[in-house]
Design a protein around this ligand. Sequence first.
Ligand code: SAM
Length: 470
Amino acid sequence: MTDIKQISNKVPDAITSAVRTLYEAYPYPRYPLLATPRWQDGYLTHSNFASTLVSDLYGTSGTALLTSGVKKSATVLIGGGGEILPYVIRKWEPARHKVISVDLSASSLRRARWRCLWDPRRTKFARADLDQYLRIQTPHTFSHIDVYGVLHHMPNPSETLQLISSRLIHGGTIRVMVYNGEARTWIHHLQRMFALLGIDRLSADDIRVAKELLALAAAASPSLAARLNQLGVETLNNNARFADTFLHPRETRLSVSAWLDAISKADLHIVGLLDRYAELDDLPNPMWQAPSATDLADRARDGRFENNLELYLTHSVSAKTGALTRAPQSDPLWWFPYLLKAPPRLWFSYNETRNLSMTLRVKLWHAHLNWVLRRSQSNMSDLLAWLPTPALQRLVRIGAILPGQVADLGRRAALATPIVANMQPPERLTASYPQCPMLHAKIDEILTAKGKNVDKYSMRVIKRLYKSQF
Ligand SMILES: C[S@@+](CC[C@H](N)C(=O)[O-])C[C@H]1O[C@@H](n2cnc3c(N)ncnc32)[C@H](O)[C@@H]1O
């Protein structure tokens, strides 16, 4: 695992230009342009969610607001927005919030702009390197910054975090997702394997060959098949996602503790963590109380925690003095269509929530919207009485119900506690050297086609396949 400081030894321009070339070819995540994205699934993405969480947990302080110069109109920055996130965030942000999406890739920006064309609420797009863009902004400009899946592709993530922190207003919020280095070790082996084979990330033919090779390897190795299965067919079938996962020119391989360290050195405080895969049930509710660095690092090391780090941040000082103003944030004109949408799918993908009735689901959704967009607790007491305890415990951990929605402080404290005594590391199937002749023949065929020395490289490729099973 690389130490965060060593990364700055690399030449930023070369990294940035390779990353730009990748995303010009494969705008991420490359959903069909005519499909209508389910933007309500992005309920965790917007500034009102983050600031509600912060103010529910730490309260708003008059002093913080007076000294912060909180403006009437918030400015939201999407750093490395890709081609779909600007559309989702724009749906959620009130019309008077300025939304700016900055990305290196012109093709991503074009697709994102096209999606936003039909929304009368304006979004600005800028083609720039995020570091350079942040450097030319005045300090304390943005009320909320979203950098989801971007920092690990930057030349120096700790420097970008410092810049983000300095451009955030006092009491502002950040949503960030960075890779869990430990959990991706197996992917790093496959990335090295594709590099050994000379797979060209920009060639559709090479990507097809890379997919064929992985399919053969999965057929020969149940443990690799299980890993790939976990990634999901979308990553394996979609060229943009495949290249993003296995052929990326820049992925910093930082451990969970290195990321947490960089966050803290940027003077940022973790407000909450989204436990998407219910891996942290033996810890206090991580959305309301960030796990300690030791707890998280231990779990990343032994495989109990495999999700990426999906975090909400604020300045360390704001955690003490309060969040951005929490005046109701919705625009009446936009309120009604929200109510007609079905609630986010994630909420009902867990054992504890999958059997909730449609009526309860809709009530839950409306209660969530009422709280994050209008600061109203309407119908919450009924809802809290109707929801079975296990469902409630899960929903508070994924941000479907925020702390301020639970008026009874005793109940709130109970929902902050662990829900099981301990969690076990996942069981892994035994790793083995893949023996399949078709796989070996395929490796030799690729190496020959690439003009590489088969004797020299084929065993090294097989070794990477072996290591990718752990
Ligand atoms: C994996 S995609 C994530 C897109 C989006 N955040 C999402 O969650 O769907 C990474 C995005 O970051 C952009 N990006 C990478 N490095 C960047 C940089 N140095 N400056 C600006 N954008 C960058 C890429 O062009 C790409 O659109």
